[in-house]
Design a protein around this ligand. Sequence first.
Ligand SMILES: [Zn+2]
Ligand SMILES: [Zn+2]
Length: 195
Amino acid sequence: MPLKTLPEYERRAEAAHGHLCAGQILGLRMALYGVQLLGLQDPAGADRKRLVTYVEIDRCATDAIPVVTGCRLGKRALKFRDFGKVAATFCDLCDQRAVRLVARESSKQRARELYPGIADKNQQQMRAYRELADEELFEKQWVRVHIGPEDLPGYKAARVVCAECGEGINFKREVLREGRALCRACAGERYYEPL
Ligand SMILES: [Zn+2]
Ligand SMILES: [Zn+2]
């Protein structure tokens, strides 16, 4: 499934996300730019095993990225780092290179300048985000990302059982405390309180 046109991706993104919005278009453009910079012709098909994407926000744009890249959380090819930024890093595991793209702060302003006559902000931005050049929408940075073997898709290792709660832990996420293997919750990172 080689790269498709933006309107085709928009149809798919709308179906996946529930609506089409400026954030979705920005996410699609970001992913398309990312895979093109890496030179991947068929990210969701023939090239799917070589791509890992890190996203830095849980908003609309993030949902659009897998539509282009095929990188999904459940396949371990989509990584979430909650930095609150409309940014993503596209890593080519084959060529060992990665590019990080950040949506420019100026993109909303550019949309206002381009289409002052469109009162609806979402419509104004959707139109502009379809048309603006990649360089106007995103700042680009070539980076190095160290991905440990335990974070790669396809990693296999024995499960460990938490010495405190007895729950199974995969992918080396256990923490060693005084010779005991604990899950991250029991080691102090629990985000919930048992009632
Ligand atoms: Zn949305
Ligand atoms: Zn535990």
